[in-house]
Design a protein around this ligand. Structure first.
Ligand code: SF4
Ligand code: MG
Length: 317
């Protein structure tokens, strides 16, 4: 499949010295779902903002369907915005409280120059697609449940027929049962429409459900990336292994991480995970591990792993 979104070695340091994103490369292919996971402060939101053109990287490049995301202008920029939509975290605030759901969706249709005579039919179709009743079109956000609002936000995002939707903690605020419904809806819409998702979440159990590939970040860097099935059955990096052990219902023994994530303004030298890693060695305190291949399209940044020894520690300890 064709590469749709391609970020190469992007970096962002904030004024307070925090290297929020420290050399991240990431691809999303057409029709694929990529999960981007990590604890809060790992840089996944900053990465998403750079991909969405809300923040300019200090270094590195981001292309979308071949166009430079941070340089396109005019007609190509409008096309980029149409093709790249977002479902934000908070359904309570992501929709304008003064607009009905129908008006919010129409707003996006107008912004992308869909002829007015098509709006009504398009909105009817979108409401139907996301499992909302027609009467919800006339509702204001405060009249709807969290799950209904997130369906409305999905309808608004899909209105412009995007090829990629960035879902930024899109189900984190919802109850588990509603989460499952929204995730199923997203999967169904993908089968129908062929849309790709970049699914950002701190919650691995959510990402596990929906992703074809997973990218795990720690302190501004990618520490592991690979096909979901390989990651879940045999995580490679000790951080991914501990994260996964905390995911419920897997029959895994939970590995508790020591301590809090380090201060991103003053990351530990060597492997940034060494202060919490259950299997750290002396060299981890000085030498930075680089991403290397441990399996088919599966990479991991840990001194202890290689193709011959793909996992640094057992998934159940
Ligand atoms: Fe742990 Fe060392 Fe691997 Fe880092 S490089 S994850 S500290 S074993
Ligand atoms: Mg964040």
């Amino acid at each position: 499949h064709e590469v749709l979104l391609d970020a190469q070695d992007i970096r962002k340091t904030f004024g307070n010295g925090v290297k929020a994103v420290d050399g991240v490369s990431l691809q999303v292919h057409r029709g694929e779902t990529v999960g981007l996971v990590g604890e809060s402060g790992c840089g996944k939101s900053t990465t998403a903002k750079m991909l969405l053109r809300l923040l300019t990287p200090d270094e590195g490049s981001i292309t979308f369907a071949g166009a430079d995301v941070h340089r396109v202008r005019g007609r190509k920029l409008r096309e980029l915005r149409k093709q790249l939509q977002v479902v934000p975290q908070n359904p309570q605030t992501s929709l304008n409280p003064r607009l009905t759901v129908r008006q919010s969706i129409e707003f996006n249709l107008r912004a992308h120059a869909y002829p007015k005579r098509e709006w009504a039919a398009r909105v009817d179709g979108l409401l139907d697609r996301v499992g909302l009743a027609q009467r919800h079109g006339a509702a204001f956000p405060h009249e709807m449940s969290g799950g209904q609002l997130q369906r409305a936000a999905i309808a608004r995002a899909l209105a412009t027929e995007p090829s990629l939707v960035v879902c930024d903690e899109a189900v984190s605020a919802l109850d588990k049962s509603v989460q499952a419904q929204v995730l199923n809806l997203l999967a169904e819409l993908q089968r129908e429409l062929g849309v790709a998702y970049l699914f950002i979440s701190h919650d691995l159990s959510v990402v596990e459900h929906i992703s074809d590939r997973v990218v795990v970040m720690y302190l501004g860097k990618v520490v592991e990336e690979g096909p979901s099935h390989a990651m879940w059955s045999a995580p490679s990096h000790p951080y991914a292994t501990t994260l996964l052990s905390a995911s419920p219902g897997q029959g895994r023994t939970r590995i508790i991480l020591r301590g809090d994530p380090p201060n991103p303004a003053d990351p530990p030298p060597g492997c940034a995970f060494h202060t919490r890693c259950p299997v750290a060695e002396d060299r981890c305190r000085t030498a930075v591990p680089l991403l290397r291949t441990v399996g088919d399209r599966h990479n991991s940044a840990c001194h202890l792993v290689s193709v011959d020894r793909p996992a640094a520690m057992a998934a159940t300890v």
